[in-house]
Design a protein around this ligand. Structure first.
Ligand SMILES: [Zn+2]
Length: 166
């Protein structure tokens, strides 16, 4: 569906168009490094419109699940991807003015008559992912195996308890 994901961003916003689709995780090449495996797909909706000051914006919604790799046990970490972002379209060379420094202002991207939505979505996913994803402590294999080892050595626990009292 690569042909369908290229839009004229300004025209798309002006005409308040909407594009929905899904992308297989295998197609997101730059994402692969952080993945446990590339199974599944992500869904996206991109809508064109204008902000309160009638400037062209794109509203992007992405959802799906990714198989990240837990940085503690290197196991599979099911990550629920759900992101929503507003992107303001600016002319080439324009940096968004004073708002560029405002963390609450929408991100700015350069208007592009051949914007590849798949690339944009991959950018947004990469920005949203945790830097070092980990299972929660009670779900992580490496923590569980440590606890199980410790459980077999009550003396070690007792010593630990003694240390904590100090
Ligand atoms: Zn883990």
């Amino acid at each position: 569906m690569s042909a369908q994901t290229v839009i004229d961003s300004l025209e798309f916003a002006r005409a308040e168009q909407e594009l929905r689709g899904s992308l297989p995780v295998t197609s997101l090449a730059r994402l692969q490094d952080g993945l446990f495996d590339a199974s599944g797909s992500i869904e996206f909706v991109i809508k064109g419109g204008r902000d309160g000051e009638r400037r062209p914006i794109l509203a992007l919604e992405v959802s799906g699940s990714l198989h990240l790799q837990c940085q503690r046990c290197l196991g599979l970490l099911d990550y629920l991807l759900r992101l929503f972002n507003l992107l303001r379209l600016v002319r080439q060379g324009e940096n968004g003015g004073a708002e560029a420094d405002d963390p609450d202002a929408p991100d700015c991207i350069e208007a592009n008559s051949a914007l590849d939505v798949a690339v944009l979505i991959e950018d947004e996913i990469l920005l949203s992912l945790p830097f070092a994803p980990r299972h929660t402590e009670d779900a992580c294999r490496s923590v569980l195996s440590t606890v199980q080892r410790e459980a077999g050595r009550p003396a070690a626990f007792a010593r630990l308890a003694d240390l904590k009292k100090i």
